[in-house]
Ligand binder design. Structure first.
Ligand code: NAD
Ligand code: WQD
Length: 336
């Protein structure tokens, strides 16, 4: 019988892609989401892609009783915990809300799992736990530090999980920069308002919603002077979760791994790849550096390969093409 996996935050950007990867890997999946940062039609879109009903509970991880009821009413064999608030800048303005959702929500989940007898968890962590480092590419044993309330919640989450008893199997996945969209172009990243992150911003310039890209600094010590990041296709990232769960189930042992490609791209390379994808040279201008940015952030990806058999296969061009297919499809739907 297939294992049933609970996906908290499963209607969100990474969660919805992971839903599909887990179904493809043979898992049954139950989504729990309060839809604070997800569109109401995501489950229907997942149904269109899979051709099968999607099990969704509308609920909040800040409510312990909601989580306890999930484990009372369902046999859950493992959990992937995405539900969190994730904007670094916003976390500086509302640190308590970030801690309530990201740390309080995790504690509620762990208690409900303990009571429900489920001790397998995959946790969405982030390269943000490495802080402002010059060590590149970054290995998993690099010291951790919190440079924002958001980063603090991810670091605290990791440290809480490290205190659990040995009968728990926990996969800590540190994502680098997830971008792109599902090959169906039916789900993707859909930030409300002015995007903070590069690829969603570039996408809105490509659609004409925003006028030009601001490149935050061209005087870094990199080949073209702009910041380097390790962009990873969200479908590769989603696959990492299926492999992580499989490893937890088969070995009973936990792991902490970077999920990245190991390859860095500059801001100008991203703009160039996106311009090729959408068939138009996208306008940009050089702006001052953004506070808190580092020059380079790339993963050492070997541990995920060795422990999970994980290897990202999609290129920056694939990421930009899939993003463009998604956002341009959204515009076509809106004008139909
Ligand atoms: P997202 O905002 O698209 O997804 C998060 C989901 O959680 C949303 O659907 C939201 O509605 C839900 N949610 C938020 N608060 C909730 C609550 N209290 N109860 C129930 N559901 C709640 O974000 P994402 O990019 O898919 O990120 C998923 C996870 O990955 C997060 O934990 C995030 O911190 C982590 N992460 C993301 C990135 C990134 O660049 N996107 C990088 C590293 C780590
Ligand atoms: C990428 C590059 C910018 C916007 C963030 C979080 C991190 C993680 C992933 C959750 C940088 C440059 C950006 C723009 C630009 N999230 N840039 N113009 O900062 O690497 O990581 O998302 O865990 O915690 O901090 O991603 O996409 O914002 O920036 O020039 O309009 O693009 O300076 O070099 P970042 P990003």
């Amino acid at each position: 019988m297939a294992e049933t996996i609970l996906l908290t935050g499963g209607a969100g950007y990474i969660g919805s892609h992971t839903y599909l990867a887990l179904r493809e890997a043979g898992f049954d999946v139950l989504i729990l989401d309060n839809f604070v940062n997800a569109k109401a039609d995501v489950p229907a879109r997942l149904e269109r892609i899979t051709g099968a009903p999607v099990a969704v509970l509308r609920g909040d991880v800040r409510d312990p009783d909601t989580l306890k009821a999930v484990f009372r009413d369902h046999r859950i064999d493992g959990v992937v915990h995405f539900a969190a608030l994730k904007a670094v800048g916003e976390s500086m303005d509302m640190p308590i809300d970030y801690m309530q959702t990201n740390i309080g929500g995790l504690l509620n989940l762990l208690k409900a799992m303990e009571e429900g007898g489920c001790r397998r968890l995959v946790f969405s962590s982030s390269a943000t736990v490495y802080g402002d480092t010059r060590v590149q590419p970054i290995p998993e044993d690099h010291p951790r530090t919190a440079t924002s309330p958001y980063a603090f919640t991810k670091l605290a989450g990791e440290q809480i999980l490290e205190q659990l008893t040995a009968d728990w199997a926990v996969g800590i996945l540190r994502y680098f920069n997830p971008v792109g969209a599902h090959r169906s172009a039916l789900i993707g990243e859909d930030p409300a308002g002015h995007p903070n992150n590069l690829v969603p911003y570039v996408a809105k310039v490509a659609t004409g919603e925003l006028e030009e890209i601001q490149v935050f600094g061209d005087d870094y010590d990199t080949p073209d002077g702009t910041g380097i990041r390790d962009y990873i296709h969200v479908e590769d990232l989603a696959q990492g979760h299926a492999l992580s769960l499989r490893a937890l189930i088969e070995t009973g042992m936990g792991h902490t791994v970077n999920l990245g490609t190991g390859q860095g791209s500059t801001v100008l390379q991203v703009i160039e790849a996106y311009s090729a994808a959408c068939g138009r040279a996208l306008p940009y201008r050089i702006a001052p550096r953004r506070a808190g940015d580092v020059a380079v952030l790339t993963a050492r990806p070997e541990q995920a390969r060795d422990l999970l058999g994980f290897q990202a296969t999609r290129t920056l061009d694939d990421m930009c093409r899939s993003s463009w297919a998604w956002v341009s499809g959204q515009i076509r739907n809106a004008t139909d």
